[in-house]
Design a protein around this ligand. Structure first.
Ligand code: HEC
Length: 148
C-alpha cells in the first residue's frame, strides 16, 4: 500500500513536469516581441494567430513542429519568417513569443528557445515553393508517430 502511494506520488509529480513548459523562454521583452509580431507577421496570420490571409496557416498547433528536428528547421525557413526584415535576435524572440502565445499547450518542458545563432544559417536557406509539401510531409509524420 505504501509502495502504491509512493508510486502514485512519483507518477503524478512526473506528469506535472512532463505537462509542458511552465514559463516562457527566449523572450527578453514580450512587449517588443508583440510589436514585432504586429508589424511583421499579423498582417497575414491575424492578431489571433488563426491565419488565412493568402493561406497563412492557423498557428494554434504550431509547436508540434518542434517535436521533429526537421520541423524545428521548417519554422525558421518558411518564407514569412526567413525573409522577414527583422534581425536574427528579434526574429528569434518573435518565434519564441509566437510559440508561447499561440500554442504553449504543445511546448514541451525540454523546449530550447530559438536563438540568433541558430536562425542565421537557417534563414540563408529560405523555403520557397517546397514549403507547402514539406509542411504536409511533416504533419503526416507527426500524426503517424504517437511516440512523439
Ligand atoms: C505575406 C504573408 C505572411 C507574412 C507577412 C508572414 N507569414 Fe508566416 N506564413 C505565411 C504562409 C502563406 C505560410 C505557409 C507556408 C508557406 O507556404 O509559405 C506561413 C507559415 C508560417 C509558419 C509555419 C506554420 C505552419 O503551420 O506551417 C510560421 C511559424 C510562420 N509562418 C510564422 C510567421 C512569423 C513569425 C512571421 C513574422 C516574422 C510571419 N510568419 C510572416 C504567410 C505569412
Amino acid at each position: 500500500m505504501r509502495v502504491a502511494l509512493l508510486l502514485t506520488f512519483v507518477l503524478v509529480s512526473h506528469s506535472v513536469v512532463a505537462q509542458g513548459l511552465l514559463a516562457p523562454v527566449g523572450i527578453e521583452n514580450p512587449q517588443r516581441a508583440w510589436q514585432h509580431w504586429t508589424l511583421n507577421c499579423q498582417g497575414c496570420h491575424l492578431p489571433s494567430g488563426l491565419g488565412s490571409v493568402g493561406g497563412a496557416p492557423d498557428l494554434s498547433r504550431v509547436a508540434q513542429f518542434l517535436w521533429l528536428p526537421a520541423g524545428r528547421e521548417y519554422l525558421a525557413r518558411v518564407p514569412g519568417v526567413a525573409a522577414s526584415p527583422l534581425g536574427d535576435a528579434d526574429l528569434a524572440e518573435v518565434l519564441n513569443w509566437m510559440l508561447w502565445r499561440f500554442d504553449k499547450e504543445h511546448l514541451r518542458a525540454n523546449f530550447k528557445a530559438y536563438t540568433a545563432a541558430e536562425l542565421k544559417p537557417l534563414r540563408r536557406r529560405p523555403l520557397r515553393m517546397e514549403a507547402s509539401t514539406m509542411r504536409i510531409e511533416l504533419l503526416k509524420q507527426i500524426k503517424a508517430n504517437p511516440a512523439l
